[in-house]
Design a protein around this ligand. Structure first.
Ligand code: CP
Length: 305
């Protein structure tokens, strides 16, 4: 039976831990001079993105190439999607061309779940609406493990627009499953009802969420949300919820600071924090390639050897 990665929620802890463990080996390949292993030799990986991306799309493409696969990319604007072809017809067309792994991003929550049963290829959710972004959470967890040596017992503060964030949801599922204590903080309009049922502590002020945090994860403010009146202005957001050096002092002195990218400098974080000693944002980007290599190896059964 083929494997898909549709979300953290429906993936077993055993599989998630196996992916995280194997990513250590894959990182050595990413950091080496000769980035080439045969694990996906002869396989075809296609990225199908209906939304913009730099990190996720490029890291899947590079990961595929480092593993010897044939890699191709399709975006909605440059394909027959722009002529009105449906998502299911597009995915089935890609599948018929011998695709082994289909990486997809779509604005509709559940789009990968719709496609997975229709295609022979293994489907990876590279972000679906407000639902999940599982490889982002995996690369975040991998980065925390690298920096802190563990996840169990750590206090992780997630700050910002929780409501619209698939990154927040996947991280909450993964980090609570691995034993972290997760706090969330942000404007009341961007904190969805029922968050506590996911096992997190909810704060309407940033400093309360930050107290004694080992890990601070800021989320991108989706500027288009301002038009919906969910927060008054970018300047006001920064004043009350932005992470600067003063607010960071509420966290532990050795706290690490994370952001999935792209960052709005001076909005969700100050430049001093983004480029400061606590920031691991650059490592997150590198780890994204390693974790996505590990995910694709897992999809084809390569971790069972
Ligand atoms: N973090 C993330 O998903 O970034 P991209 O939108 O650039 O892929």
């Amino acid at each position: 039976m083929k494997r898909d990665l549709l979300g953290i929620k429906q993936t077993s802890a055993e599989d998630l831990l196996a992916i995280l463990s194997h990513a250590k080996e894959m990182k050595q390949i990413v950091l080496s001079q000769r980035k080439r292993i045969p694990n996906l030799s002869g396989r075809t990986v296609v990225t199908l993105f209906y939304e913009n991306s730099t990190r996720t799309r490029l890291s899947f493409e590079l990961a595929s190439k480092y593993m010897g696969a044939n890699a191709a990319n399709i975006t909605a604007s440059g394909s027959s999607v722009a002529k009105g072809e449906s998502l299911t017809d597009t995915a089935e067309t890609i599948d018929r061309m011998g695709t082994d792994i289909l990486i997809m991003r779509h604005s509709m929550s559940g789009a990968p779940n719709l496609i997975a049963p229709l295609v022979k290829a293994s489907v990876v959710n590279a972000g679906d609406g407000m639902n999940e972004h599982p490889t982002q959470a995996l690369l975040d967890a991998f980065t925390i493990l690298e920096k802190k040596g563990k996840i169990e017992g750590l206090k992780v503060a997630i700050i910002g627009d929780i409501y619209h964030s698939r990154v927040a949801r996947s991280n909450i599922y993964l980090l609570t499953r691995l034993g972290a204590e997760v706090s969330v903080g942000g404007p009341a309009t961007l904190l969805p009802v029922g968050l506590e049922q996911l096992g997190v502590k909810v704060f309407k002020s940033v400093h309360e969420a930050l107290v004694d945090a080992d890990v601070v994860m800021c989320l991108r403010i989706q500027l288009e949300r301002q038009k919906s009146g969910l927060f008054p202005s970018v300047r006001e957001y920064n004043r009350f919820f932005g992470l600067d050096e003063g607010r960071l002092r509420f966290a532990k002195p050795d706290a690490i600071v994370m952001h999935p990218g792209p960052v709005n400098r001076g909005v969700e974080m100050s430049t001093a924090v983004i480029d400061g000693a606590a920031s691991v944002i650059d490592e997150q980007v590198t780890n994204g390639v390693a974790v996505r290599m590990s995910v694709m190896d897992w999809l084809i059964g390569g971790l069972e050897k």
